[in-house]
Ligand binder design. Structure first.
Ligand code: FES
Length: 356
């Protein structure tokens, strides 16, 4: 190697100042003793991966409601989550359903979900009937479509099993010192899970209003109790959500409304059409106000689905003929010519043939 003598390079003053600032930054935020406190690592968001969990405990927390405590089979940490998150639960039968996480987001080792046994519900029946502590399940997520936002005050309205995403939000509000109020609706006290746990967070801030004691709730009146500018969170049956959507702005024009629906999305501007299931050759009529998935399940009760609102993709089926009126967000552009989400999408014309 031949050497070449060069004059020593002296950077301009501005560059030297930038270099000094960088050295100072690195010594404080990266290599300094307080670096771990000043620049905390951000947890990796895991979404879309299946991972195994084991059932630690199954508790009966209300009439027809079972709470499952889940942990990692290795005893390690589970993916982090925030209030409002849900997981997809993949059951041994192959059924897949979404359940809100209703435990403590500050506990990295355990999840809790609560499942109401629904009349005719295949997955909820399997969970109540067949699962036992020690059994393993597969989860996907957590995902969050019901974000808990920072606000000076909160009004939470939870109806029935719709209390599950609300519960961690109430805990977060209580811990943060924000002003909050919870109105907990349900059929009867016996049917409403977690009453004691919620009341213990602040007995003065929790109003338990079962229908058999207070009658059918007047949602517009309940919304009036929100402070100006409050974040209003509502989760429960469709009539409660619809009433909240109708009245929230008038009741609280400077606030915000956040809601999550547990049931199938209502069909808007639908019209009847025929659906032919190619493998059986059967043709079924889909009513104007009926999701195609509901019609399919009359013929094929085991047809898979989860969110029923067009965002998880579980109900996707190949379309063999006919034009689709695509609704929902889960179908990528590349699949729109060949598939449909049966929970929300419909026929653009008079009929569709599905690979089912
Ligand atoms: S069930 Fe989730 S997109 Fe249809």
């Amino acid at each position: 190697m031949t050497g070449t003598a060069t004059a020593e390079y002296t950077p301009p003053k501005a560059l030297r100042l930038v270099g000094s600032a960088m050295d100072a930054y690195l010594s404080i935020f990266v290599s300094g003793r307080s670096a771990p406190l000043l620049s905390k690592s951000k947890p990796v968001r895991r979404s879309g991966f299946d991972f195994p969990v084991v059932i630690d405990r199954i508790e009966r927390v209300a009439e027809d409601v079972a709470a499952l405590t889940l942990s990692s089979p290795s005893g390690g940490q589970l993916p982090r989550w925030r209030p409002g998150s849900h997981v997809d639960v993949l059951l041994p039968s192959g059924a897949q359903r979404q359940y809100s996480l209703c435990g403590n987001p500050g506990d990295p080792f355990r999840y809790r979900i609560a499942v109401r046994r629904l009349p005719g519900g295949i997955a909820s029946a399997e969970i109540h009937r067949d699962l036992e502590p020690g059994d393993r399940l597969s989860l996907r997520g957590p995902r969050n479509a019901f974000e808990y936002v920072a606000a000076p005050s909160y009004l939470f309205i939870g109806g029935g099993i719709g209390i599950t995403p609300i519960l961690p939000m109430v805990r977060a509000a209580a811990l943060s010192g924000a002003r909050w109020r919870l109105i907990y609706l349900g059929r009867s006290r016996a049917s409403m899970p977690f009453i004691d746990e919620l009341v213990a967070m602040n007995p003065d801030a929790v109003a338990v209003r079962p229908d058999d004691e207070y009658g059918t709730p007047d949602i517009a009146q309940l919304l009036d109790s929100a402070e100006p500018g409050a974040a209003v969170y509502v989760c429960g049956p469709t009539p409660v959500l619809d009433a909240a959507n109708r009245h929230a702005f008038a009741a609280n024009p400077t606030g915000s409304l956040h809601s999550e629906r547990f049931s199938a999305a209502p069909v808007l501007d639908g019209r009847e059409f025929d659906l032919t299931l190619a493998r059986s050759g059967r043709t079924i009529r889909v009513a104007a106000d009926e999701p195609a998935l509901a019609a399919i399940r009359r013929e094929v009760p085991a047809a898979v689905y989860s969110c029923q609102q067009g965002f998880c993709g579980t109900c996707k089926i190949a379309v063999l003929s006919g034009e689709v009126d695509h609704r929902g967000r889960a179908l990528p552009d590349a699949e729109r010519a060949t598939h449909m989400l049966t929970c929300v999408s419909r026929a653009a014309g008079d009929s569709l043939t599905l690979d089912l």
